[in-house]
Design a protein around this ligand. Structure first.
Ligand SMILES: [Zn+2]
Length: 321
C-alpha cells in the first residue's frame, strides 16, 4: 500500500470511547476510528524453534475509490468484503510487522509506518515493548519494499533521522536500484515524488546496508524470495526451522478478503499489475503445495494462516488468535 491519506478527520471522542479506543486517541483531534484495536497488540507463535512475534501497527480504513482495484468495481469490492464478514463502508487494511527471534537475536521484518502513513497507525513501538522486546535490541531489519507503510518506521518525522541508525538493513538489490537510480525521482508520478525524495535522502547514507542479488539466505534459516510486481524488487521471506515453514509474504496478496477469491484483481498499488498477479498465484500455489503457513502485512491481525484452493481462486484460513 502506498497512499498517504489527505483526508481531514472529524473528532468523535464519544465514538472512540464507545469502541474502547485509548484515551490519547479519544482526546486528540483524531480520526473517528471505527475498527477497535485488537485487545492485545502482539501475538507470538513458533516456526520450529524460531519465535515469531506479530506486532500490530494500526489500520487504514480506506475509503472506497473506483481506482483501488484496476479490474473490479467498487460494488464488486464491497461484495467481497461482505462475503468475508468485514465492514463494507471502507476497506480494512490493517498493518502488522514481524519480529523473528532465534538464539536470543531479534530480526525485524519491515519497520511499520512510524505514525506517518495513517492517523490510525503507528503503534509498533508500544506493542513491541508490550511483547517484551526492547526496540534497542533490534540490530537487523529485513525490508520487503519501499512503500511508506513498510519503511517510514525507519525515519523520524520531519528530520528523516534514522530510527535504528546502527541496524543493518537488508533489501533486494533490484528494489534499491530501481528507487535510487539516477533520474528516478523526476520520472515518478507527482504523488510519489516525496516518497522518492525520502528514499534517496535516507538510504544512500545509511551506515550498514546490505543489498541481496537474487534469492538467498539473508539470516540463519531465512531465505529472501523474489516476489516482484507490487514493486520491482518486492520480496517475501521464507522462514524454515525443523519441519516447519512460514512464508512472510508481505504485500504479495495484501488483503485476502479481496485477493483470495479474486487473485486476478490488480490493486492500484501493484506497480506492475499482471506481474503482481502472476507472483501472487505462484506464491499461493507454493504455500498450498508445501503446506506452509503464510503471513501478510495486511492480513487480518495477527496476520497469519494458511490458504486452500477454492476454484477459481483461493480461501484464506486465519490462525485462531
Ligand atoms: Zn503495504
Amino acid at each position: 500500500m502506498l497512499d498517504l491519506s489527505r483526508r481531514r478527520f472529524v473528532v468523535s471522542t464519544g465514538l472512540a470511547a464507545a469502541f474502547g479506543l485509548n484515551s490519547r486517541l479519544a482526546i486528540s483531534p483524531a480520526f473517528a476510528q471505527k475498527t477497535p484495536d485488537p485487545p492485545k497488540g502482539f501475538y507470538q507463535y513458533k516456526v520450529g524453534s524460531v519465535e515469531v512475534t506479530a506486532l500490530y501497527d494500526g489500520i487504514w480504513e480506506k475509503p472506497h475509490d473506483p481506482a483501488f482495484i484496476k479490474n473490479a468495481s467498487v460494488e464488486e469490492t464491497v461484495e467481497a468484503l461482505r462475503t468475508a464478514g468485514l465492514p463494507t463502508d471502507f476497506v480494512s487494511i490493517p498493518l502488522t510487522v514481524l519480529v523473528v527471534t532465534f538464539n536470543g537475536k531479534h530480526i525485524l521484518i519491515d519497520s511499520g509506518s512510524g505514525g506517518q502513513w495513517q492517523p490510525t497507525a503507528g503503534k509498533l513501538h508500544a506493542n513491541m515493548k508490550a511483547a517484551g522486546i526492547d526496540p534497542a535490541k533490534i540490530r537487523t531489519i529485513l525490508i520487503s519494499h519501499f512503500h511508506p507503510d513498510h519503511i517510514f518506521g525507519l525515519m523520524e518525522k520531519g528530520t528523516n533521522k534514522p530510527v535504528w541508525p546502527d541496524a543493518e538493513l537488508i533489501v533486494s538489490a533490484s528494489e534499491y536500484k530501481w528507487w535510487t537510480e539516477a533520474g528516478r525521482v523526476e520520472k515518478l508520478p507527482e504523488a510519489r515524488k516525496p516518497l522518492g525524495h525520502r528514499i534517496n535522502t535516507v538510504f544512500p547514507t545509511w551506515k550498514n546496508f546490505t543489498l541481496i542479488e537474487g534469492e538467498r539466505e539473508v539470516a540463519p534459516g531465512i531465505q529472501l524470495v523474489s516476489a516482484p510486481g507490487h514493486t520491482p524488487g518486492h520480496s517475501a521471506f521464507l522462514i524454515g526451522s525443523g519441519n516447519q515453514q512460514l512464508m512472510v509474504s508481505n504485500d504479495t496478496a495484501y488483503v485476502p478478503a479481496l485477493l483470495a477469491p479474486h487473485p486476478d484483481w490488480q490493486g492500484a498499488y501493484d506497480q506492475d499489475g499482471p506481474l503482481a498477479v502472476k507472483t501472487r498465484k505462484a506464491m499461493l500455489d507454493r504455500v498450498i503445495a508445501e503446506k506452509m503457513m503464510i503471513c501478510g502485512a495486511h492480513f487480518p491481525f495477527p496476520g497469519a494462516g494458511t490458504f486452500t484452493k477454492d476454484a477459481p481462486g483461493y480461501a484464506f484460513v486465519p490462525v485462531a488468535a
